[in-house]
Design a protein around this ligand. Structure first.
Ligand code: CU
Length: 174
């Protein structure tokens, strides 16, 4: 295995941090131009000076190719989660479970439910007896509608749909 110099590791680490902590305005990371990758690599190998490397980053920011976000935005992006209400969720048969059925998230995560079924649903938190509790309660979600809730406290939260009460899902907040 090729031995990487300390500077190379540092440069790769720095570049990775840059790519991760900046929102990249490319369709995907694969479309990062070759010269950007090369400059990062050359910087690591000492061919390109630190000034040139930083100038490249500056150019990328100034030209709007990468955009700086506040740390809070980066964190909130990481802390987002989704639950899909899939097609046939209304069926009483063993199909169409919430995806995921049991979502595990850290505290302060915003969960978004998306109705991808063809019929309306809702999301109602349940108490331990299975009755509606007022922790989170969505209006009727038509096909394509979303509902969001941010979990501030740990615990296990069950929820169901009042139109299709056989559909129960859970959110575990740790
Ligand atoms: Cu439903």
């Amino acid at each position: 295995m090729k031995h990487l110099r300390r500077e190379t590791v540092l440069a790769i680490t720095l570049f990775s941090i840059l790519l991760v902590s900046f929102s990249v305005n490319f369709v995907s990371a694969q479309s990062v131009p070759e010269w950007v990758k090369n400059t990062a690599l050359w910087y690591g190998e000492g061919i390109v000076s630190e000034t040139e490397f930083l100038n490249m980053i500056k150019f990328l920011i100034e030209s709007g190719i990468i955009t700086l976000e506040s740390e809070d935005d980066v964190i909130s992006e990481v802390m987002d989660a989704m639950v899909i209400i899939p097609h046939r969720n209304s069926d009483i048969e063993n199909v169409g479970f919430y995806m995921p059925l049991n979502l595990e998230i850290p505290v302060d995560t915003t969960v978004t439910w998306i109705n991808e079924d063809l019929v309306p649903h809702n999301i109602q938190s349940q108490d331990k007896f299975g009755k509606i509790s007022d922790v989170f309660n969505s209006p009727t979600l038509n096909s394509g509608d979303r509902f969001e809730f941010t979990f501030k406290e740990d615990g296990v939260y069950n929820y169901y749909c009042t139109f299709h009460p056989w559909r129960v899902g859970s959110i575990t907040v740790k």
